[in-house]
Design a protein around this ligand. Structure first.
Ligand code: SF4
Ligand code: SF4
Length: 126
């Protein structure tokens, strides 16, 4: 991950992402039944002792989902936690499957975009 910074969160870019994708995010949050049926379709979930933070639904609910509910009003530590979730716990392989039709990878991608807008991203040069 990128090095932690003490810069405050700039809510504007996050709000822009939320505004431009509000229907998709709202629908995903409304439709998710927390049934856990998507879990086993994620190889990272299976490879990490089925830890909840690797569940596909957990990753979008606790990144873009939280940002949506809080209208982007979160602190930098929260964004850094979300960054770890969407960059470290997901490789965006798009193999996860929701029987209700929620496009989980698309929502995780929005979580990544929101984190990236705050300088939180995966550092590839380690
Ligand atoms: S994303 Fe779909 S499969 Fe996963 S918990 Fe939500 S409703 Fe169930
Ligand atoms: S896109 Fe992410 S959550 Fe979905 S199966 Fe791949 S690693 Fe798992």
């Amino acid at each position: 991950m990128s090095e932690p910074t003490n810069l405050p969160v700039d809510p504007e870019p996050i709000r822009e992402i939320l505004k431009n994708h509000q229907q998709q995010i709202r629908l995903g949050l409304r439709m998710c039944a927390h049934c856990g049926l998507c879990a086993d379709s994620c190889f990272l979930y299976r490879a990490n002792d089925r830890a909840p933070e690797y569940m596909p639904s957990y990753k979008f609910l606790n990144s873009i989902g939280v940002l949506f509910k809080k209208k982007g009003k979160v602190g930098k530590p929260a964004v850094e936690e979300m960054g770890a979730l969407v960059f470290e716990n997901c490789v965006l392989c798009t193999r996860c499957y929701c029987p209700f039709g929620i496009d989980i990878p698309a929502l995780i991608t929005l979580g990544r975009r929101a984190c990236r807008s705050q300088g939180v991203f995966r550092a590839y040069d380690k």
